[in-house]
Design a protein around this ligand. Structure first.
Ligand code: APR
Length: 365
């Protein structure tokens, strides 16, 4: 997934470069700066001393030493002063310069903390949106895996109103689905029980009242064979007369997920690259899907394409069904996806931030 959001300690993240939210002296400090220096060891500070400091909004690189990364890219974020002193531009520059430096060093994967959102006081929600927008813009033109490492859940920073609105949607849908399924179960049981009772012969006292489904030509159950207590709804399946060979049956099956996806991309006049970038899917995975008609993707991957293609709910369900999936009103992950699609909101990064805030798997590869 070209852009991922995780909750972790950045000093544990294995990638080509991690970014440090440093101060202009580059001589260490608290927060993530302190954590990185502690984990890297004293050689990091020794190299930092040779750099001569760093301007706010700029970035400089050192080796990673004892960290599980090749480089540490030190950037200095702006101190929040209310938003009127160019803080947004400086913070944007931190991400951009760090990404450019990582690219120049040949890095294929980079991890960022939420720069300036700690000691420097940048409001977390704005800090996340600057990070997401700048990283996204960079990834429109580059192939790199970028991870935003949030240290605390609150940093997911979706707005309170969005969080409450999604929670309400989940509660409503969950309640409906359980009311409906309970009602369905009650009516099915009472109908089937009624039907079965009218047919069942009176049983000798002491034997469990057994209810079972009668099928054409079904073999008589053995005398003491346990019978299921719950009635099965009568299923009348007409066996089709001519037998279809398995080969013909398989050959006649519906279009595959891969075929449906490529058709939908063409129908919308999009290019493959536009689609997989909007879906936050890496190029290699897309080529695998495109070249293998029978490829079965993960559900999160199918949904990422549904969002990128801005499919309606029925179109999303149709695409999901090609890969053998559906959406359920009993799964929080599914309900959050339905929440955004039903509102025509197709920003995959906003959806992933919401999924992250609700502790759900993100969509993408
Ligand atoms: N891994 C990932 N993120 C972390 C970690 C960690 N180990 N420790 C802290 N963070 C998060 C914080 O929760 C915050 O969201 O990093 C974000 C940035 O917080 P700070 O580290 O305080 O950095 P910043 O706000 O940019 O302030 C920089 O603080 O530590 C000093 O020397 C540093 O003077 C500089 C100032």
């Amino acid at each position: 997934m070209p852009f991922n959001i995780i909750r972790d300690d950045i000093t544990r993240v294995k990638c080509d470069a991690i970014v440090n939210a440093a101060n202009s002296s580059l001589l260490g400090g608290g927060g993530v700066d302190g954590a990185i220096h502690r984990a890297a060891g004293s050689e990091l500070l020794a190299e930092c001393r040779t750099l001569g400091g760093c301007d706010t909004g700029d970035a400089k690189a050192t080796k990673g030493y004892k960290l599980p990364c090749r480089y540490v890219i030190h950037t200095v974020g702006p101190i929040w002063q209310g938003g009127g002193c160019g803080e947004r531009e400086l913070l944007t520059s931190c991400y951009r310069r760090s990404l450019e430096l990582a690219l120049s060093l040949g890095c294929e994967s980079v991890a960022f903390p939420l720069i300036s959102a700690g000691v420097y006081g940048y409001p977390k929600e704005e800090a996340v949106s600057v990070a997401v927008e700048t990283i996204r813009e960079f990834l429109n033109g580059q192939d790199m895996d970028v991870t935003l490492v949030l240290f605390d859940r609150s940093a997911a920073a979706i707005s309170r109103s969005l969080y409450d609105s999604i929670t309400e949607y989940i509660d409503d849908a969950y309640a409906d689905s359980h009311d409906d399924s309970a009602a369905r179960m009650m009516s099915a049981n009472s109908m089937a029980m009624g039907a079965a009772l009218s047919e069942a012969k009176p049983q000798k006292p002491g034997r469990m009242m057994g209810l079972f489904r009668k099928e054409k030509g079904s073999k008589k159950r053995e005398k003491n064979e346990a019978v299921p207590m719950m009635p099965q709804p009568e299923v009348l399946e007409e066996v089709c007369e001519e037998e279809v060979s398995l080969e013909n049956y398989l050959a006649s099956r519906d279009e595959s997920f891969s075929e449906a996806l490529l058709r939908m991309i063409d129908e919308r006049g999009l290019t493959d690259a536009e689609t997989y970038r909007k879906a936050n899917i890496d190029r290699k995975l897309f080529s695998k899907i495109r070249s293998d008609r029978g490829y079965r993707p993960k559900k999160q991957t199918v949904l990422a394409f549904a969002i990128a293609l801005e499919l309606t709910l029925p179109e999303t369900l149709s695409l999901l069904s090609k890969a053998g999936y559906t959406l359920s009103d009993s799964l929080k992950f599914d309900l959050i996806i339905k929440y955004f699609i039903s509102r025509g909101s197709y920003d995959i990064f906003e959806i992933n931030r919401a999924l992250f805030a609700f502790d759900q798997t993100l969509i993408g590869c």
